[in-house]
Structure formats: structure tokens, C-alpha cells
Design a protein around this ligand. Structure first.
Ligand code: ATP
Length: 187
């Protein structure tokens, strides 16, 4: 089986995530995609919204998409999440499957700073999804995905919510309702 692995803070999960990953799933013939929310990105300074809220939003956003699931391995661990540890865990869980880690160009650009990145390259395949219409050169062994680009980011959603401007169109409807009910991102 070909398994896509999609890590991120997902604060919140938005249509940019769902559309790009679904397009990549089709283009690369992935059988399933596992969404892995990060406890705290080693590359981000600010603390994310709580685990319970982020996982609830992911469940709502992926519901009904065949082959999409979530694994809370990184949230269940203590401290920072390194993709290296997640890759080791996934290789144990799925020894007979081929793993494809999916990332946006922003992650690709910072890959040289990732923990044990040279070993990581040997553990999984890496697919780089274009963002913001960038036409970035992607070096092997990274694989370039020219998926449909939707220029939505979680920071845009958070900024809009804080400013009281519309952002419903960037989200799955149930995720939007959840954010409103729980008054997330307003402060
Ligand atoms: P933020 O705006 O807070 O930095 P984000 O929207 O980039 O968040 P993350 O949860 O940090 O969301 O992203 C998880 C993964 O999804 C990363 O690899 C990121 O590059 C990718 N990604 C996020 N938004 C898009 C998008 N619109 N198109 C393609 N990839 C995306």
C-alpha cells in the first residue's frame, strides 16, 4: 500500500490542506493519507490551540473522505515532535507499506534544519506541494507535486477571525461552526 503522511499544526485545518492532499492522493495513487497533528512545531515560536480542539477540527474536516484518517502519535508524546520519531513509529506500524510524507514548499525550504534529516530521507519518500503559485525548483529525492494550488493558510484564518472579517469560505462548514461555538481565534 502507498500511504501518505501529512503532518502539521492544523491550527486550524483548512481547505488548502484538504484540496492539496486530495489532489496529491489522486495524482500519486496513494491508498490512504494519515493526518498527524503536531504537539508543538520545533519551527514555530507560538503555542498552538489545544490538542482536543485541533483533533476535533481535523476529525470534522476529514469525515467522509475515503482513505483519510488521523493518528495522534505526536500529541500523545511528551515535548516537541520530530518527524524522525514519527517516521520510526510509522515504519514499525506499517512495515510492508511505502510511506510518502507530504509537505508544502515552506517545509521543504526548512528541511535542512530538521532533526536527523539525512536518515529521514532514507525512511520515507517526500512529496513537495506547491504553495502561493511558487515555481520552486525541487531537488531529488524530493518529488514535486503540481497540484491545484489554493492560497489559504491557517494564519490567514486566524488573522481574519481576530479582525472579525469573513473566513467561513476557507474552512469545512463543521470546522467553522466548531470555531464559532468555542470562540477560537477571537482574542
Ligand atoms: P500557518 O499559516 O499557521 O503557518 P499552515 O496553513 O501552513 O499554517 P500547517 O498546519 O502549518 O498549516 O501546515 C501543514 C502542512 O500543510 C505543511 O506542510 C504546509 O506546508 C502545508 N500546507 C498548508 N497550507 C497549504 C496550502 N494552502 N497548500 C499546500 N500545502 C499547504
Amino acid at each position: 500500500m502507498k500511504i501518505g503522511v501529512f503532518g502539521g499544526t492544523f491550527d486550524p485545518i483548512h481547505i488548502g490542506h484538504i484540496i492539496s492532499v486530495l489532489e496529491v492522493k489522486i495524482a500519486f495513487g496513494l491508498d490512504r493519507v494519515i493526518f498527524i497533528p503536531a504537539r508543538q512545531s520545533p519551527h514555530k515560536e507560538t503555542m498552538p490551540t489545544g490538542n482536543e480542539e485541533r483533533t476535533a477540527m481535523i476529525q470534522k474536516a476529514i469525515a467522509g473522505y475515503e482513505g483519510f484518517s488521523m493518528d495522534t502519535f505526536e500529541l500523545d508524546r511528551y515535548g516537541k515532535s520530530f518527524t524522525y520519531d514519527t517516521a520510526k513509529y510509522l515504519k514499525d506500524e506499517y512495515p510492508d507499506d511505502e510511506l510518502y510524507f507530504l509537505m508544502g514548499t515552506d517545509q521543504y525550504e526548512s528541511f535542512d534544519k530538521w532533526y536527523r534529516n539525512e536518515e529521514l530521507i532514507d525512511m520515507m519518500n517526500f512529496i513537495v506541494m506547491m504553495r502561493h503559485s511558487d515555481d520552486m525548483e525541487i531537488s531529488a529525492p524530493f518529488i514535486r507535486a503540481d497540484q491545484l494550488v489554493v492560497e489559504v493558510s491557517a494564519s490567514l484564518v486566524r488573522r481574519r477571525a481576530k479582525e472579525g472579517l469573513p473566513y467561513k469560505h476557507f474552512l469545512n462548514e463543521a470546522v467553522y461552526e466548531y470555531i464559532k461555538e468555542n470562540a477560537l481565534y477571537e482574542a
